[in-house]
Write a protein that binds this ligand. Structure first.
Ligand SMILES: [Zn+2]
Length: 385
């Protein structure tokens, strides 16, 4: 009997696991994997000021190579529930499509990998053909990502677990299953520009120093293009996301003005080089007349690229054989937990089609679940073949 990715996806969708709630999703996976012979660990990680989060690590086999699948069972909230045509945690199927929060991001992806792994193991007398298959599943990806994959990887390393290659099941495809593998991600850095002036009466501007004038000047200088892209990446981008003065009084010149910005950067920069560059731009625009400071938030989202090699070729070939499409290697989009995994082993992201992720009536065609399971199965078979 082959494992059914649709049944697994449906069971997972019925677990209301909005971050930080476990919602029954990890209990379910624990049970399913343990029955198939996996050794399963469940860890709760905590840190002051954040919600405690449950995580799971499961492995079958003790030898290397260890192929690890990484993913998350937590989901974003459904938003306006009445706007859903199918309740977000019901797992409804209509016209060959499965509906629910997490259908593509990424309970569907987990279901496909689990089904593929169970089938591979069942076809090889209850064990991987050689080496090990493991799953690293967190409940903390959609929120702050503090008590999830980053701690799970550290925990695994401490007990001597070694990972050779990682597949991360985020919805990597843009329009059709098989169109895109993510083989790297841009970095992300947040900052606040603070300009200090002198508060005063608007009718007597000579007695005050309006920080808004300086802020506008510095913003214009800072948001100039950062680069024109690199071999594997689009151009870096800086966006101001909020200008905060908070002044409710019409006849008052404020004493301080702030502007928040985010930078998505490619491999032509590091966090340090960007901080220097932005500082220099502001300095030049200030011409010694604008008093300013730039506050940088700590960031754990560095840019990375997974260099093409045998693992990428193996995955691309498996995808092409099942879907008939040659996937593009992409580095677009936001950050993901791959930024943590890349410190332990090469990581590729391949999952479902991302179109409905985080949307009302998130859904996945059943045919995509079947095809992704076949892709994962082929990757596993090739990897251990
Ligand atoms: Zn996700």
């Amino acid at each position: 009997m082959t494992a059914d990715p649709l049944a697994i996806a449906r069971d997972l969708l019925r677990c209301p696991s909005v971050t930080p709630a476990e919602g029954g999703a990890l209990v379910y996976l624990h049970d399913l994997l343990a029955k198939a012979g996996f050794t399963v660990h469940r860890m709760t990680f905590a840190e002051p000021g954040t919600a405690s989060i449950e995580n799971l690590y499961a492995r079958i086999g003790t030898a290397q190579p260890n192929l690890v699948f990484a993913g998350h069972t937590d989901v974003v909230p459904p938003g306006e529930e009445r706007a859903w045509r199918h309740p977000p945690f019901a797992g409804d199927i209509e016209n060959g499509t499965l509906y629910g929060r997490g259908a593509v991001d990424m309970k569907g992806g987990i279901a496909c990998f689990v089904a593929a792994a169970l089938d591979h193991v069942a076809a090889n007398n209850g064990m991987p053909k050689r080496g090990s298959i493991s799953l690293l599943i967190t409940g903390d990806e959609e929120s702050v990502a503090v008590n999830g994959t980053i701690k799970l990887l550290h925990w695994a390393a401490e007990r001597g677990e070694k990972f050779d290659h990682c597949l991360l099941g985020e919805p990597s495809n843009v329009a059709t299953l098989g169109d895109t593998i993510k083989a790297g991600r841009r970095g992300s850095l947040n900052g606040v520009l603070v300009v200090t002036g002198k508060q005063g009466h608007v009718a007597y501007p000579d007695r005050a120093d309006n920080p808004v004038r300086g802020l506008v000047k510095l913003i214009a200088a800072i948001q100039a293009p950062l680069d024109d892209g690199s071999a594997q990446f689009d151009p870096s981008n800086l966006e101001f996301t909020s200008i905060d003065i908070g002044n409710k009084t019409v006849n008052l010149i404020p004493g301080e003005a702030r502007a928040r910005f985010n930078i998505r950067f490619n491999d032509r920069h590091t966090q340090e080089s960007l901080k220097r560059l932005i500082g220099q731009r502001a300095e030049a625009a200030a011409e010694g007349r604008v008093r300013f400071a730039i506050e940088w938030e700590p960031s754990n989202a560095d840019v990375f690229i997974t260099k093409p090699g045998p693992f990428t070729e193996l995955a691309s070939a498996a995808i092409a054989e099942v879907t008939g499409r040659k996937p593009k290697l992409s580095t677009t989009g936001g950050t993901s937990d791959a930024r943590f995994v890349k410190n332990y082993c090469p990581v590729l992201e391949f999952g479902l089609v991302g179109q409905t992720m985080h949307a009302i009536d998130e859904c996945v065609p059943v045919a995509d679940l079947v095809a992704l399971t076949a892709v994962y199965r082929r990757i596993i078979d090739k990897y251990f073949g």
